[in-house]
Design a protein around this ligand. Sequence first.
Ligand code: PSV
Ligand code: MN
Length: 425
Amino acid sequence: MREEILRHNESNHLNQQHRFDYLKSILEAKQIDVESLLEKLGDFQIAIPSWALGTGGTRFGRFPGGGEPRNLLEKIEDVGMLHALNRSSGAISLHIPWDIPDNAQEIRELAASFDLKFDAVNSNTFQDQVDQEYSYKFGSLQHVDSKVRRQAVDHNIEVIRHGVALGSKSLTVWLSDGSCFPGQLNFRKAFENTLESLTDIYEALPPDWKMFVEYKAYEPNFYSMTVGDWGQSLLYATKLGKKAFTLVDLGHHLPNANIEQIVALVLMERKLGGFHFNDSKYGDDDLTVGSIKPYQLFLIFNELVTGMDEMGLNHATDLGWMIDASHNVKDPLEDLLQSVEAIKIAYAQSLIIDRTALTKAQEENDVVLCQEIMQEAYRTDVRPLVAEARKRQGGALDPIQLFREENVRQQLINARGSKVLATGL
Ligand code: PSV
Ligand code: MN
């Protein structure tokens, strides 16, 4: 891909230079250090989930476009290609047992050849596997039967073991545990069982690992979820200890929730661990990041950047940045390129907010000016800046255009076939 990228950048050079110079002059007139912005953007990496490289679907059907990765090696190749194009997807997050790294050494070497790291490993106690003894129909870590809980704990410990072999540094636990009908569950017992099971998992974490407790308001349980919101996640994470954190999946809130405020407060408590980025109109739609509510994404990044700066945290490394999405009608790889781009745009916009002026306007209760300041940043077209950062890292000025110019999907179909299905949901 190296030569194709160089050729592509050469033919897009003039247009990019013109747009970048224009933006640079605007930013410099505002005393913004453009070089430092480019550096921050270059450092910022977003992990790709191993389960999002194929076509997703709903319970009504699935319409695969062909050329999906048939195994973990091919998934790594796909993420490697994304990373070559955008230089911003330098990590992969595995879901076990959908992707079991049987030969960790081989997997590690392949990933390293594409300059990829392993981000959080994810356990799965929301589906029954063929060889498992007990069913998770009525929950896993919360289950009334201690044997089921033990099986789910053991699975999580097994996932940690795989993660250690790959060089991961975190475990994400998402539970579908909950209840579908009033009266089905003793909420307090379910909480206590879950906490006890999570404690067993927590104790198996290596010292330099983090545990992310992901919450979700509903689905697959529709009356209660045992980790249903940020309050419950924060409660578990606080009781568990220093290595446990809340994970925010943007699609896991009740309608109109103020996610940016949640982010601000959990971060303030030093309990924000990471993100699953996606977008949604109605529920856990798992749509392309930034496709429905880009302003919300910008407001979330505003809280992240200001909070992290005040706490002396490193934007690129101190939180886990991951995508969690599904692609029913788009090419999965193009969709992921769009998602990463949307995240980088929101990040760049939040970096150019005039913080001194905003703080002053807040102190003076100048509501109109506060909005003007926020929207001045949001309405700045930072795409040439994001593209410049990508080019400097060796990526393509326009990754999707190059993906299409090179007929990558057709090449994948030729190599892997048109009727192949990747593992995942
Ligand atoms: C659940 O909806 C979730 O967001 C969790 O992160 C799972 O790991 C993932 O989706 C599975 O697709
Ligand atoms: Mn998620």
